[in-house]
Design a protein around this ligand. Sequence first.
Ligand SMILES: Nc1ncnc2c1ncn2[C@@H]1O[C@H](COP(=O)(O)OP(=O)(O)OP(=O)(O)O)[C@@H](O)[C@H]1O
Ligand SMILES: [Mg+2]
Length: 210
Amino acid sequence: MQKHNTSGKLITFCGLDGCGKTTLITMLNEYLTEQGYDVLLTKQPTEEFRRSNIFRSVQDTPDHIGYDYRAMSLMAAGDRLQHCFNTILPALEQGSIVISDRYFYSCLANLKARGYIQDKWIYEILSHAVKPDLAFFLNIDVETALKRVRSRIDERDTYINIELQYRLKSEYEIIAGQYDEITINTAQSISDCFDAVLKHFHNICSSAVA
Ligand SMILES: Nc1ncnc2c1ncn2[C@@H]1O[C@H](COP(=O)(O)OP(=O)(O)OP(=O)(O)O)[C@@H](O)[C@H]1O
Ligand SMILES: [Mg+2]
């Protein structure tokens, strides 16, 4: 990945659905905004890509009729790279703290968990991505994550491939080790998790302009 050499900071959060990303991102955003930082909250893949037929098909159907997962993933990786250049980098150049809900690590974990381990193109694309200053992997057991997702009224009946969640967890753990992500166990209380996030933020951000 490419170091950005700007005065901003890029902070990313990845992990299973229901691991606690939105919860911690919201708390961090509130904290930083109160402290006077300029914060950009953003998300990968982008909303435009999430609305595409190919993404919705893969997300919402168990059999992925008519689509190759890799085709979707390649398009998502392109969307992520473009998002780095048209959204993340300009904000970093303005000195903002950019917080991304999911990042390339999610793309990689999803490909590997589906058995696409020979595909080299993802690493080529990854090499051009902006390197986060702080990359969090929120780790949680699959059962708890599922329980949290299922507790949302509108997701009680959403299709979830449970076997895939186990493989994803294991790939996320490997990737966290390979790419220097900081692992936070989100079976801890929300406030303990947030304290850990803040501790790491203060470590890297002592030079950021408040
Ligand atoms: N550390 C925690 N301890 C207990 N409950 C938590 C913790 N973190 C999050 N939760 C709860 O788990 C649920 C899911 O959290 P959240 O929406 O933040 O997950 P997410 O990773 O953003 O999920 P998704 O990937 O589906 O967007 C929420 O009800 C939240 O209150
Ligand atoms: Mg979320």
